[in-house]
Design a protein around this ligand. Structure first.
Ligand code: ZN
Length: 196
């Protein structure tokens, strides 16, 4: 698949708390770093936009167990756990998209209350490549909202991870996103065609 004008990359929630050793670890999350870094290099080489969403929660966020939510405290704004993962080669020109910055509601999608849709429209993005964690939360919601924004959405299959509560959860999630209209590709199959 050739990359060109109109393409953009979004990295969903590649943050320390979701990596091994974090407070809300997603199994295999660190395995996405190498393919993601490969994609970052390709998009940077072509001068294509790169976005990085992050959970950026207040201390009393509604998703935290202390507030009656389902999750342990994670990605508190300004904390070490909210930083982007060690080993993620995020370039200086990447645009950071913070979400779920108020106590409630929660926001899984990178589009939710973040202004991302208008940012993409201003940048004339029409095809969005999606990678990161977790495939059953942030990725699926971001894919759904991207398709609703009439974008072509392509998920980088080797660059997503999620907790598998039951074996095959990730495959079922992939099937669902495919059914919704997302395309899938492995990061090695992205190609840079120089137009000069
Ligand atoms: Zn969160």
């Amino acid at each position: 698949m050739n990359l060109g004008a109109g393409d953009a990359l979004i990295l969903v929630d590649v943050q320390r708390d979701f990596m091994p050793g974090g407070s809300l670890t997603v199994n295999g999350a660190d395995r996405v770093l190498a393919p993601i870094n490969r994609c970052i290099a390709l998009f940077s080489q072509l001068g294509l936009p790169i976005y990085a969403s992050r959970d950026w929660h207040p201390l009393q966020h509604c998703s935290f167990q202390e507030q009656g939510g389902p999750s342990p405290s994670h990605c508190v704004a300004g904390s070490e756990g909210a930083e982007f993962a060690l080993g993620l080669h995020l370039p200086g020109h990447a645009v950071i998209i913070s979400k779920a910055t108020r106590p409630m509601p929660d926001a899984c999608s990178a589009f939710d209350g973040s202004g991302l849709a208008s940012i993409l429209r201003s940048a004339r993005v029409n095809r969005l490549f999606v990678a990161g964690v977790a495939a059953d939360h942030g990725i699926q919601q971001t894919v759904t909202d991207g398709l609703a924004e009439a974008l072509v959405v392509v998920v980088l299959r080797d660059a997503i991870a999620q907790l598998e509560h039951r074996a095959g959860d990730l495959d079922r999630g992939v099937a669902r996103m495919r059914w919704l209209g997302a395309g899938f590709i492995d990061s090695q199959d992205l190609v840079v065609t120089q137009t000069t």
